[in-house]
Design a protein around this ligand. Structure first.
Ligand code: GLP
Length: 262
């Protein structure tokens, strides 16, 4: 079962992630970061950029693998996940662009692209810390409900709900939101050595309760985290509001030895 940390706001969550990754970069300068898009990780990336600057961390050897990409959207499109990762992670952190990978959503090669992406992650030695957001329907990456919990990187059809949620990035016009994507599978994500899932706001409360305290089920893909040996779920009060065991999570975190980290 994941460790659940309840914080006051996104900035506090971001600081916890940033400390964990800064420690990792110190001990393994060519570490492999699993990267996610969406609004949930933004404060974490900002906090990490702050650590990098303040601690004069050398990030030139840090490698990265993003979770997913829209199918058939040109990488130069401002809402492609390639552009988003460049804007929100590579540039603010000063990572080496060639060391940061995003799945290839080009339609002509998409059938083989998933297999190739999993091969690249394996060749890099696997992901050290994978940051995750969560969709309102419990998806991680773009693994919609019903995704095999053993899946590798592959093409998926987006649900109407996800396209509605993401229309805000496409002039609020759902017709502009691609219908398909390429995403790391749940099986791929589960191979990362440490998973850090961030969720904020009441819109995520149900998905978080299902993820942490519901049954493990492809119906809530994020519930696979219950089977991971090192998963950390960091939520604000609103996203935690439907958790039954909240008091215990708080107590456990308050009494955690500082040396343990997350
Ligand atoms: C998209 C991404 C997910 C992300 C989700 C939630 O579907 N593919 O990786 O977790 O959005 O985004 P947000 O954090 O903006 O709520």
């Amino acid at each position: 079962m994941a460790e659940v940390i309840i914080v006051n706001n996104e900035e506090a969550a971001g600081r916890i992630y940033a400390q964990c990754v800064a420690d990792l970069i110190h001990s393994k300068p060519d570490c492999v970061l699993g990267l996610a898009t969406g609004s949930s990780p933004l404060a974490a990336y900002q906090a990490l950029a702050h650590e990098v600057k303040n601690d004069h961390l050398d990030v030139s050897h840090v490698r990265g693998f993003a979770l997913d990409e829209y199918a058939g959207l040109d990488p130069s499109h401002p809402q492609s996940y390639r552009s988003t990762i460049t804007r929100t992670v590579v540039e603010p952190l000063g990572l080496t662009p060639d060391l940061v990978h995003v799945p290839n959503g080009a339609l002509s090669t998409i059938r083989e692209a998933g297999y190739e992406y999993d091969r690249m992650i394996k060749a890099a030695g696997g992901v050290d810390v994978q940051i995750l957001g969560i969709g309102t329907d419990g998806h991680i990456g773009f693994n919609e409900p019903g995704s095999s919990l053993a899946s590798g990187t592959r093409i998926k059809t987006l649900t109407q709900q996800t396209r509605e949620d993401n229309a805000r990035f496409f002039d609020n016009d759902i017709d502009q939101v691609p219908t398909h994507c390429i995403t790391q599978g749940i099986g791929t994500i589960m191979k990362a050595r440490h998973l850090v899932l961030l969720a904020f706001g009441s819109g995520k409360a149900e998905a978080i309760a299902e993820t942490v305290e519901g049954g493990v089920s492809a119906f809530c893909p994020a519930s696979a985290l219950q089977l991971h040996p090192h998963a950390t779920v960091i939520v604000d009060e609103k996203a935690a509001s439907k958790l039954r065991n909240k008091d215990y999570y708080r107590y456990a975190y308050e009494h955690k030895p500082a040396w343990q980290g997350i």
